[in-house]
Design a protein around this ligand. Sequence first.
Ligand code: PLP
Length: 482
Amino acid sequence: MTATARGSRGPQGLRPPDPSDPPVDRPRRGRPPARNEIIRNGRLGGVEPETLATEFGTPLYAYDFDVIHRQVATLRAILPPAFELAYATKANPALAIVNHLGRLGLGADVASGGELEVATRAGISPGSIVFTGPGKRDDELAAAVGLGIRAITLESLGELARLERIAAAAGRIVPVLLRAAVPAAVGLERVRLVGDDGAGKFGMAEEDLERAARVALRSPQLDLLGLHAFGASNVVDADVIGDHVERTVDQATRLATRVGFRLRLVDVGGGLGIPYDLDDRSLDLAALGTRLEALAAGLASDPATREARILLEPGRFLVGPAGAYLARVVDRKSVDGTHVVVLDGGIHHVLRPVLVGQEHRIRVFGASAASSTRSFPVTIAGPLCSGLDILAAQAAMPVPAVGELVAVLDVGAYGYTESMPFFLSHPVPPEVAINAGQAALIRRRIEPGRWLEGQALPDWRIRQASRTGTGTNGRSPSVAGT
Ligand code: PLP
């Protein structure tokens, strides 16, 4: 049975569930079967949750590659030929996932030198990688220049000048996009974690864009391809996305005309949303397709834009529904009428619910769920010594027993990668990929002992001895472990 926290409050008394208790909510039947998600018929990607838990240990992250494949196929089906896809690596940088998307023909959007390494190690060709993000360091820019990636997106005039110097030193001509700031006024949905106007840290204002375009055009080191703009994440309104794409293409076309360069690439960022709650709606892809078709027809009819390619960088839409976080019940009690269930995992591995205030659907497995026809108010908590460590508050669901399994759904994007695994020194969960019903470990569990290995206890005696001139034989003091 699937539940989210909505609509299940009510005092039940400090006692275990009784068959005569009135149900607090109707049993949820979940989404229509057409929904493409990891959970199907009580299994995760076709595998029994207990099999996954026994083989890989809990808590764990599981990703269904077939779901990713289908998300790519349904999105591609509505895209006009001028549109291309680059996967936003930040959504889930697991090597196997990036590799899977690369095999499906996607490029990659990276936001750091680390993500650039992930993408290249995952087999994405440099010619399909774009590098966007604030605060790119010189060494990161130099790595991208050295690889010869498809485009580096410039966030400021200062970054432009630094890239020019780096490109000159490397003797390279670097393809670039200019990032347009998205003003708060454009009316895009706000999500606090990724996207939005970022208090000005993303992109350039109109005047700077034009100056940057003129400088780039004159520069022997830079090849100006076009514009980039990313407004908001998790948008499920096709018109809001359509408006953003149209506005960005329009802005790019006007800039190219004003400054006098040939528009070859417009990167409209990501932002395609997915439903999280039971009542959330899905993005209407058919409606989005109709908007994009009209836009593509307009581009094709104008000689100034005929050659332009439009790049979409979705992250969440492609991998979000493919992921589940599976944890085991360690303890159970009844407090003020609510059943409190404590898992062996929590918000240190799935931070998103508390970070953005978004409940994820929770699925209970095992005998309790199978035998119960009714729901009770259940709070699903993690093991952290923090009142924030709640995955569902008073959600209507059967009460799982100690030893049973619980899954948090839709965590394929901004799940593992956005967690805070070191808080309270629990193991970092393993990641498991499932492909055609076959499960494989893609990242092993990290036991706390492993990160203890990277730490050192300073040997203050050596330092003190060196200060007083004794005990080091004139050598410089060292730190224990180095
Ligand atoms: N592109 C850029 C530049 C981004 O900053 C992000 C998210 O922050 C994305 C793409 C991916 O967004 P989403 O996962 O909402 O598709």
